[in-house]
Design a protein around this ligand. Structure first.
Ligand code: ATP
Ligand code: MG
Length: 432
């Protein structure tokens, strides 16, 4: 329906006829002079209607139209130094395609943000704000940058089932669903299936997929449904090869976000692209924390506060926002994690500004060792029959990671997790 987006209208088009479509952002009526601000995906443009020079039907429509209505405006581009961006439209016709009700549930022009619940309850309207839309344009950019990196490196995109019969990660954080006459669960991650793909000879696979986690969190970095880039790679020497891929992936993601100049300007944010990524062992991380007055007992996971502390220390010491924590104690990592020795594992977490954004490592590929580890983790190998089968007839050494998109987005833009998901699912929120 349109010839241009508003941001494509420049003074150089002076005198040209154009068709623009979008929402009425603002209406200013100065009697003989009436202004509309039209908003579309590209930005804003001023529509200026003068009594006398403009058709009476256009003036009548302006009197009648309500804010946030959807309109189709045909008019002539006029250069004008007094207008925003030195350009405006002199309207020839205005069609109201869809009239907005009023009062509005949310003020799109408000200088002060509504509270997050009002915003999320009216998300469709919240997303009309350019600074909110910008978040999701960046999210789309980083996902395509991630995909591009993986495809360039020979990864094959897969889709694994989200309705599953048993836990992928152990633990009890599963959402049960009724599956005909049986109970099934929503998948916590594609872990078991992407590993099975390693026995198929695909060598490098990835999936951009939802994780469902029935965890009763109430934090600014947990949701019950998230999206992650999951990858698995065969014929690795050890976990360092996996970290190499993850490093390439996250750096290309951050770089692509830093290139979103228009969106970052709207958000008034800047993104620094780190150089290389430091690797710190778990033991060294504990030592750094202890030197700075925070004691984490050996064998415990580094908690939220510890991660934040560590992020600050790494930033001060190495001037980097990203670091790998490697060689976690075996006992705090899932059963499929490759042991380094009896105490330590070939695992890692990737931290970004003091928050975990990814976990990964080398996996066990030996059938007997895997069965042994399942038992040691107090799980029943019989529940993993379909998975274990893939390890009995030729399985290459492999490893992989899961990189949480929401965590990446929130750390990139310093936002809370609810802001970077269209329709977040948390303990209290199931709609919209
Ligand atoms: P955390 O310890 O931070 O709760 P996790 O170790 O349970 O996360 P993993 O199972 O390692 O999470 O999942 C891999 C990645 O997926 C995480 O590093 C994170 O980026 C993302 N992720 C997992 N669960 C959540 C969640 N509930 N909310 C947001 N992101 C999540
Ligand atoms: Mg983790």
């Amino acid at each position: 329906m349109r010839t241009q987006y508003s941001n494509e209208i420049t003074p150089s088009l002076d005198g040209k006829s154009v068709s623009l479509c979008g929402w009425i952002h603002e209406i200013r009526d100065m009697g003989k002079l009436k202004f509309l601000i039209l908003r579309d995906r590209g930005g804003f443009i001023q529509i200026t209607a003068k009594a006398g020079t403009c058709d009476q039907s256009v003036l009548n429509t302006i009197n009648e139209v309500s804010r946030e209505s959807v309109v189709d405006i045909k008019g002539i581009v006029r250069k004008n130094e007094k207008a925003p961006n030195n350009v405006e439209i002199s309207p020839v016709s205005i069609d109201i395609i869809s009239k907005s009700g009023s009062p509005l549930p949310l003020d799109v022009t408000a200088k002060v943000d509504a509270d997050i619940d009002t915003r999320l309850n009216n998300r469709f309207m919240d997303l009309r704000k350019p600074e909110i839309a910008a978040i999701f344009k960046i999210r789309s950019k980083i996902l395509s940058a991630g995909r591009e990196f993986l495809l360039k490196n020979g990864f094959i995109e897969i889709h694994t089932p989200k309705i599953i019969a048993s836990a992928s990660e152990g633990g009890t954080e599963l959402f049960p669903i009724s599956y005909f006459d049986r109970e099934a669960y929503l998948a916590q991650s594609p872990q078991l299936y992407k590993q099975m793909m390693m026995s198929s000879g695909f060598d490098r696979v990835y999936e951009i997929t939802n994780y469902f986690r029935a965890e009763e969190h109430d934090t600014r970095r947990h949701l019950n449904e998230v999206v992650a880039i999951d990858a698995e790679i065969s014929f690795i020497k050890d976990e360092n090869d996996v970290m190499g891929f993850l490093e390439g992936l996250i750096l290309s993601i951050i770089k692509s976000a830093a290139e979103c100049k228009t969106e970052l300007d709207i958000l008034k944010k800047e993104i620094n692209v780190p150089g290389d990524i430091k690797k710190i062992t778990y033991d060294k991380a504990l030592k750094l924390l202890e030197e700075n007055g925070k004691v984490v007992p050996w064998g415990a996971d580094i908690d939220t506060e510890g991660e934040k502390f560590l992020g600050d220390i790494v930033m001060k010491r190495y001037n980097s926002g990203l670091c790998f924590i490697t060689r976690y104690p075996l006992r705090i990592k899932p059963f499929y994690t490759m042991p380094h020795d009896s105490e330590y594992s070939r695992s890692f977490d990737l931290e970004y500004k003091g928050v975990e954004i990814s976990s990964g490592g080398q996996r066990i590929h030996d059938y007997n060792l895997l069965v042994e580890r399942i038992k040691e983790c107090n799980l029943n190998p019989e529940n993993f029959g379909f998975y274990l089968n893939a390890f009995r007839y030729g399985m290459p050494p492999h490893g992989g990671f899961g990189l949480g998109i929401e965590r990446v987005m929130m750390q990139l833009l310093d936002l809370s997790i609810r802001e970077v998901v269209l329709f977040p699912r948390d303990r209290h929120r199931l709609t919209p």
